[in-house]
Write a protein that binds this ligand. Structure first.
Ligand code: HSE
Length: 445
């Protein structure tokens, strides 16, 4: 027997019964009644779709109408809202979302890749059709950041949105920090425990965070979603030596996503960053996410919470459903899609800030002088310079003249990335270092 819905019910079709899809079904079963009270009408799952009908998901699915094809579910007369939890920027997810919009169905999706690549076009189609396209679950799991940016901060100019947008990377960096172990070892352990994907490239390479950031950028600055222009650097090159030096200098290393409005355009960047260890963001450890906003009227604020997992992500999906049930409709990217401005990219080489530099320098006469002169040529002023023994303990800058490579850590004053890169290229060419320089941007919060 399949579910029948009362005349005023909002009928939902859920495509994709993985962790999040099953979480949505469980949440609806647990809180469906109270949700009906809160929204003034029942919200009822009527249709479901997944690749494998026989798989045991620990749920009784017999009440729902089963669809093998998500496009068929998207077009079905049995639903008012299509919930896309399939994932992927193209393929069945995109086909089904487009079909749902064409058929005049509201869409709720957790699919950050889809939105990062096709967000503006999908938003335009939803608006033409007069339906909702909601995606709270696509950014930072259970943290209600989309609603805050779309609705609560509608009267603000946002100058910066940034944060820890990938739990896997933050978990790995936290454990490297706490245990002093190298990246590869912590990653392998995280995979063995099921905390990191078998193919973790998307998380540790920064691309998952970049998808989320590109959506936040559009909401913050009223620009078309522009994923391809995000500068992306992952955490693979972070070493225990960096983490230890950062700690001594008063910093933590975090994989940050930052969108910043500058005079030369918008910076969108995902990269490991040094953040002062007394700040709230530096305390965000493990799989937790954090999104911070600088707004001209409301000021600065920060939301910290669970960025992934069945319950938090389902919570966001259901909040989108509640909005649709109440008739609370906002343009997907806050302003009508046709009015979204083209994204103007600020070149990464024009980025300005302080830098942490770690060099492995041959300990011989003239090496420091050459390095200092390369920095000076580019107008870079050093805030501090520390020579460290191989064992990790700190030394004064005097060297023992033995010639073996020794780690040298520098912190620069504010400078332009172009100058920093040119100085490091010259230092590498001069031959006083035995490995490529490490460069980590310092983020002032
Ligand atoms: N894999 C993501 C993370 C969660 O590690 O934060 C889904 O975007």
């Amino acid at each position: 027997m399949t579910v029948t819905a009362s005349a005023n019910a909002l009928r939902i079709g859920v495509a994709g019964l993985g962790t999040v899809g099953c979480g949505v079904l469980r949440l609806m079963a647990r809180h469906g009644d109270v949700l009906a009270q809160r929204t003034g009408r029942p919200i009822v799952v009527t249709g479901i779709c997944a690749r494998d009908r026989r798989k045991d998901r620990g749920l009784d699915l017999h009440r729902f109408q089963w669809f093998d094809d998500p496009v068929e579910l998207a077009r079905s007369d049995a639903i008012d809202v299509f919930v896309e939890l399939i994932g992927g920027e193209n393929g069945p997810a995109r086909d089904a979302v487009e079909a749902a919009l064409e058929a005049g169905k509201h869409v709720v999706t957790a699919n950050k890749a889809l939105l990062a690549h096709h967000g503006a076009a999908l938003a335009a189609r939803a608006e033409e059709k007069g339906v909702a396209l909601n995606f709270e679950a696509a950014v930072a799991g259970g943290i209600p950041i989309v609603k805050v940016m779309r609705e609560s901060l509608a009267g603000n100019d946002i100058t910066r949105v940034y944060g820890i947008l990938n739990g896997t990377s933050n978990y790995i960096l936290s454990r490297m920090q706490q245990e002093g172990r190298p990246f590869a070892e912590v990653l392998a352990d995280a995979q063995a425990r099921g905390y990191a994907e078998a193919d973790p490239a998307f998380d540790i390479g920064g691309f998952d965070a970049a998808h989320k950031l590109s959506i936040l950028t559009s909401l913050a600055f009223g620009t078309q979603v522009s994923f391809d222009t995000v500068y992306v650097e992952g955490i693979e090159r972070i070493t225990p030596a960096d983490i230890e030096a950062a700690d001594e200098l008063g910093y933590r290393i975090k994989l940050l996503g930052v969108a910043l409005n500058t005079d030369s355009g918008i910076e969108q960047r995902v990269h490991p960053a040094m953040v002062a260890k007394h700040t709230a963001l530096a305390q965000v450890d493990g799989v937790t996410n954090c999104v911070a906003i600088d707004a001209d009227q409301a000021g600065s604020m920060m939301l910290i919470g669970r960025g992934a997992g069945a319950e938090p992500t389902a919570s966001s999906v259901v909040s989108d459903l509640a909005d649709i049930a109440r008739g609370n409709r906002v343009a997907p990217f806050l302003i009508p899609a046709r009015n979204l401005k083209p994204y103007t990219r600020a070149q990464m080489r024009a980025h300005e800030g302080g830098y942490y530099i770690r060099l492995s320098v041959y300990d011989r006469p003239g090496a420091f002088a050459a390095i200092a002169s390369r920095m000076a040529e580019q107008g870079i002023s050093l805030e501090s310079i520390v020579q460290r023994r191989k064992g990790g303990a700190r030394d004064a800058v005097h060297g023992d003249g033995q010639g073996a490579p020794t780690p040298v850590v520098m912190i620069t004053h504010r400078t332009m990335e172009d100058s920093m890169r040119k100085a490091l290229e010259a230092i590498e060419k001069d031959g006083h270092v035995d490995a490529p320089p490490q460069m980590i941007r310092i983020e002032r919060l």
